[in-house]
Design a protein around this ligand. Structure first.
Ligand SMILES: [Zn+2]
Length: 577
């Protein structure tokens, strides 16, 4: 997900944590936030009315799903469950904005249990549950389905079929606050996108909603829609069957996939096809699901995708889903990192870097194919790995397109947006909301990579980063935490980087320096926050010298006060005395 609108974020987080009433009573409430909240609340009310819900408070509250988040502490019932596969078979009613069908969850239990627990939000009615083809008892409570068995479910594989229907939540601000977005293209054709990163797969299918468990054998989606439209989904299109005026699209991915990437988009699309040859020589189909009215933009989007593929493969290794496809789908919201079907909005805006056109949204979401979809953090607490390195990929693209100067300018721009309010890693087993609130995981995460590159040097940094993106122990079925990233870089450089990692990830401090004139043309440089011995560029008499700064500091002879870290590799403050 690309970095989000800051004002919106502050409102969203307050609503999510049910602090609105407190805020209304607070003398310190920000008037702008209050106005914006009221506008948001009015818009939500309007949505309820639009879709035919009575306006009594209970019903409005029951459709208010802004409290939802994803991840956090794993429920013990789900800790004994390993998800193997999902099959989602749904019919989408484009008029009533409803879904109806089933999801089959294949899972493996490591212990006997009287309850199989799946997540599904309360807006759906579950009509039937079968476990291994036999009807099972169940009840819905608290956005969960409790499937019970008085004589216990046995250890081993279980096939759980859930039949359900309902009206999915409408996304208030997609893709940051998720749900379904029902739109029309310019020719009044139906157009629909799904975004569920923040809230998880439970927004429309029963699942184990936790980042630490992806279906090892992938997922199948069988989506039925009016036959004049098309479904863009993950993986391979296995077939389209038509019956009267309805069509069922069967999409299948054999790869592991985050539950928030198991989704589909619907539109009156035209599929523009091309092919990309990866860095290892694999030929991968490119499929762009673009609205018929926007086909004139397709060539540039696909050419940009091919060029960005070369850049990202150079740093992070082969495109991760080479056996399936490079997919892009046009949607009525800002793009998202949906595996093998990255979405892109319909604005087609580019900026020019050194004469070459570039879209941050296209590049950033595409970088997530490596950093999120292939290298996945085990717990949202370590989300900087996905968003920070995904954002750093933007700076590397600037480097490849515009050289060192463009890269440094991008890093300086990232630095300006860092807020230093919360550490990037604020604990363990955090929810998606808890990690995204504060937002520094994007630009501070990127700046951390920039600083680390300087500290350990390009010869170690780049191969180690590529190892993180390519070694089986960190990719696909395996998940990563900050500790594993730290240990990988520590082993590569041969000394402990733990103090440096902890400083950047677990504090909001900057690396500050005192520069004091202690004699004639003599200066003492001392670290204020000593972390560990670190390299430091010092400009003395117009020449940059790379020194090592220890706890004791350095004495520098110079005609003028020396300039610390003139290129800006560190987050720092310098005090000249
Ligand atoms: Zn992102």
């Amino acid at each position: 997900m690309i970095v989000l609108n800051k004002i919106y974020l502050s409102i969203n987080r307050m609503t999510n944590t049910n602090k609105l009433n407190k805020m209304n009573n607070s003398k310190n409430a920000n008037p702008l936030s209050l106005i914006l909240f009221k506008v948001t609340a009015f818009f939500m009310l309007l949505l309820q009315c639009t879709f035919g819900y009575s306006q009594n408070d209970d019903n409005i509250n029951s459709r208010d799903i802004l409290y939802l988040t994803s991840g956090g502490k794993l429920n013990p019932h789900q800790a004994i469950m390993d998800i193997r596969h999902y099959t989602i078979a749904l019919e989408v009613d484009m008029v009533q904005h409803a879904i109806n069908g089933s999801t089959e969850v294949s899972l493996n239990l490591s212990k006997k249990t009287d309850t199989i627990l799946l997540d599904l939000i309360h807006l759906y009615t579950v009509t039937k549950v079968k476990v291994n083809n036999k009807p099972a008892s169940f009840y819905q409570h608290d956005d969960k389905i409790f499937i019970t068995n008085a004589t216990d479910f046995e250890v081993g594989n279980q096939k759980v079929l859930v039949e359900y229907n309902g009206i999915p939540p409408v996304a208030i601000k997609p893709p940051w606050d998720g749900g379904f977005t029902w739109a029309k293209d310019k020719n009044a054709n139906d157009w629909m996108s799904i975004n569920i990163q923040g809230e998880g797969g439970k927004m429309y299918y029963p699942c184990k909603d936790h980042p630490s468990d992806e279906p090892n054998e992938g997922a199948d989606l069988k989506i039925t829609i009016p036959s004049n439209l098309m479904v863009a989904g993950p993986g391979l299109l296995m077939g389209v069957t038509t019956k009267k005026n309805k069509a069922t699209y069967h999409w299948k991915t054999n790869y592991t996939i985050s539950n928030y990437c198991i989704l589909f988009n619907i539109g009156k699309y035209k599929v523009i096809k091309d092919e990309y040859t990866t860095i290892l020589g694999t030929k991968v189909p490119i499929e762009y699901y673009v609205l018929e009215e926007d086909t004139m933009h397709a060539k540039k989007v696909i050419e940009t995708r091919k060029r960005d593929s070369k850049i990202l493969e150079k740093y992070f290794g082969e495109y991760p889903w080479a056996k399936e496809k490079i997919g892009i789908a046009e949607v009525p919201n800002s793009g998202m990192e949906h595996q093998t079907m990255i979405t892109f909005d319909n604005k087609f805006s580019y900026k020019t870097i050194n004469g070459q056109e570039y879209s941050a949204n296209l590049l950033h979401e595409y970088a997530h194919e490596w950093w999120a979809n292939k290298v996945t953090n085990k717990d949202w607490a370590h989300m900087w790995i996905q968003e920070g390195i995904g954002t750093y990929a933007e700076a590397l693209a600037y480097y490849d397109l515009g050289g060192e100067e463009a890269y440094q300018a991008k890093m300086a721009a990232f630095k300006k947006s860092i807020k230093y309010k919360k550490p990037m890693v604020g604990g363990e087993e955090l929810s998606e909301d808890e990690t995204y609130a504060g937002n520094d995981i994007y630009t501070k995460g990127a700046f951390f990579m920039h600083s680390l590159r300087y500290v350990i040097g390009d010869q170690i940094f780049f191969p180690t980063l590529k190892k993180l993106a390519t070694d089986p122990q960190y990719t696909y079925d395996n998940f990563v935490t900050s500790k594993e990233v730290e240990e990988l870089f520590t082993n590569a450089v041969g000394y402990s980087l733990k103090p440096f990692f902890d400083f950047y990830l677990r504090t909001t401090s900057t690396l500050d320096f005192n520069v004091k004139e202690i004699g004639y043309q003599l200066y003492q440089i001392t670290p204020v926050n000593y972390v560990m011995d670190l390299p430091l560029d010092i400009m003395v008499n117009h020449t940059i010298e790379k020194k090592t700064l220890t706890k004791e500091g350095l004495k520098i002879t110079s005609q003028h006060p020396p300039i610390i870290d003139p290129k800006g590799f560190y987050l720092k403050k310098v005090f000249v005395q």
